[in-house]
Design a protein around this ligand. Structure first.
Ligand SMILES: [Zn+2]
Length: 351
């Protein structure tokens, strides 16, 4: 949506000044550029086309991911969202920006906290719930079309690993600019250098690769999603340096090595999907036809519908999510690749 509140924080990406509403979009009073708002979000992408674009622009990935409606948070996404809530302590009155919001599902999951949300992404794959309930912008994270100090909290999930070192610096510096003093930002990403625990994840991944080749599960989308990782952060010392260079300190960190999670998500749920896909193909339901990829997609959509009904599939998945928590409890303190962190905006250095 494009609420009146959005106009208090939105800025022209070129001139950085406040925009005037011009239904259905907006206009910049300085450069006279008109910004489209006819699809339920403001398109504030800069004119200059940036060389760096991720495969997240690939429509195929998003069609696969079935982002058009929001399912309840489960499995890895429930763990990430619970960590987000624990780290950011969202409360009524909080002004939060979701940097790289994707479908906008994390904002939907946290609307019960009473905070207000603005989501921004470079591509418009917003879910219908987000379009109805959250302020949304299209824009470049390295040149945020947002006013200074407009938010007291921010988060960025599964985004940083897609950026080059320069883009990461620019993005964090921009996040810092739009946060108020003492503002906090939650990130979920990973470093290049893995600890010994990563061996466990590698073993599970090798097993799931084997099962993929045997046709017992389908990892196509998973591989596509990881194919454009640039992993700009070397290790956890590098994280502190990169954060400090953008005006942040790493205030709190929990490592997340999903060994059990990888087993549940990449093997158990994928095998269940494959079983459902097979069944729908034999019975002719689901419309999978002869395309196995389409059958898996149909099975995924079907599973999402079942999850929303909160029946046995939902509760079985909730139980599996509980088991996945062992990854946080058992090895959350051991430094390895993936992590949750809270970055705090440092006061400006006194000259
Ligand atoms: Zn302008």
């Amino acid at each position: 949506m494009i609420s009146p509140a959005l106009f208090t924080v939105a800025r022209c990406p070129e001139c950085r000044i406040a925009l005037a509403p011009q239904p259905p979009g907006a206009v910049c009073p300085t450069c006279q550029r008109v910004f489209d708002g006819s699809r339920g979000y403001l398109d504030l992408r800069p004119i200059e086309a940036f060389a760096e674009q991720t495969k997240y622009l690939d429509e195929a990935l998003h069609v696969d991911a079935r982002h058009e409606t929001v399912a309840p948070p489960l499995l890895g996404s429930k763990i990430r969202n619970d960590q987000l809530r624990a780290f950011l302590e969202l409360a009524p009155g909080d002004r939060v920006v979701d940097l790289g919001c994707g479908s906008g599902r994390a904002m939907i999951w946290n609307r019960d906290t009473g905070a207000s949300f603005t989501g921004i992404d470079i591509s418009a794959f917003f879910a219908s719930e987000s379009l109805d309930q959250c302020d949304l912008l299209l824009g470049d994270l390295r040149r945020l079309p947002l006013a200074d100090a407009s938010f007291n909290k921010a988060w960025s999930l599964d985004v940083l690993e897609h950026l080059s070192p320069q883009a990461l610096h620019d993005m964090l510096a921009e996040a810092n600019r739009v946060l108020s003093d003492d503002g906090a930002m939650f990130v979920y990403t990973h470093v290049r250098k893995n600890g010994p625990l990563a061996l466990g994840v590698r073993l599970v991944n090798r097993l799931s690769g084997l099962l993929h080749r045997l046709g017992l599960l389908d990892l196509g989308t998973e591989w596509l999603r990881k194919s454009d990782h640039l992993n700009p952060i070397a290790d956890h010392d590098d994280l502190r340096r990169v954060a400090a260079a953008a005006g942040f300190e790493v205030e709190r960190i929990t490592y997340y090595t999903p060994i059990i999670g990888a087993f549940v998500e990449n093997i158990l749920t994928r095998m269940a999907e494959q079983l459902m896909a097979r069944r729908s193909r034999t019975t002719g339901a689901g419309g999978g036809g002869s395309d196995p990829g389409a059958a898996v997609r149909a099975a995924r959509a079907d599973a999402k519908t079942r999850l929303r009904k909160r029946g046995p599939v939902y509760w079985a998945t909730r139980a599996a999510t509980g088991v996945m928590y062992l990854d946080v409890w058992l090895w959350g303190r051991f430094s390895s690749g993936p992590f949750f962190a809270r970055l705090r905006k440092l006061p400006p250095a006194t000259p």
